[in-house]
Design a protein around this ligand. Sequence first.
Ligand SMILES: Nc1ncnc2c1ncn2[C@@H]1O[C@H](COP(=O)(O)OP(=O)(O)OP(=O)(O)O)[C@@H](O)[C@H]1O
Ligand SMILES: [Mg+2]
Length: 250
Amino acid sequence: MIEFKNVSKTYPNGTKGLKNINLKIEKGEFIVIVGLSGAGKSTFLRSINRLHEITEGEIVVDGKSITAARGGELLKMRRDIGMIFQNFNLVKRSSVLRNVLSGRVAYHGTLRMLLGMFPKEDKDLAFQALNRVNMLEKAYSRADELSGGQQQRVSIARVLAQKAKLILADEPVASLDPLTTEQVMNDLKHINEQDGITTIVNLHYIDLARKYATRIIGLRAGEVVFDGPVEEATDERFADIYGRQLEKMN
Ligand SMILES: Nc1ncnc2c1ncn2[C@@H]1O[C@H](COP(=O)(O)OP(=O)(O)OP(=O)(O)O)[C@@H](O)[C@H]1O
Ligand SMILES: [Mg+2]
């Protein structure tokens, strides 16, 4: 579903974010990217939907080069890619429902959305999405009245309403407590398993990575230093790669 071909990213100030990455990700995988701060996890994830532009190589998504895509074609490719952020990126003063409906914007254009003209099918989709993350009863609450974990579940509902085929989550649980962390990770995992949505998550915690991933990719200074199934991602292996610096949960 995703292929990195000789991908490098050099920031304008000369920092190398990614160095010659070559890998393939199959449909339905649940991938966790781990690495120390500054390893290139966010750069990797954001390269896929072109929130960051790569400087060498090519990224192919669903058989098409997103690197080469322009204009309407790029927008259409992005419509299939849902993004989840550490800080939730909700419109705080809007209702939960409006936030989830904003996942439909790419299908209709902004004007209709500004006027609040959502077709009934979209509202049905939004309610279904909220139901799946157990947030139905909060549909008419303001987003900023919710806890962090609830806000993150709303942002998951937003990518569900978007009907994304690929979910990219950049440290989705970094600002949540351990219990809420498990709820949010479980939601992501269920959606991945039930809908077959390819999911790529950046995490700091190696234990959490092992618990949820089907495959772990380890980055260090912009390079892939580990790529394999969870069974191979042992403490010993990671201590070799990172020293004992990768965070454990307890
Ligand atoms: N806009 C930028 N301009 C210059 N350098 C940048 C920029 N963004 C990131 N970098 C550098 O690129 C490298 C990779 O950064 P990135 O944000 O991808 O790391 P990360 O693994 O996500 O780290 P963290 O765990 O702290 O989020 C780092 O050396 C960082 O300083
Ligand atoms: Mg990051």
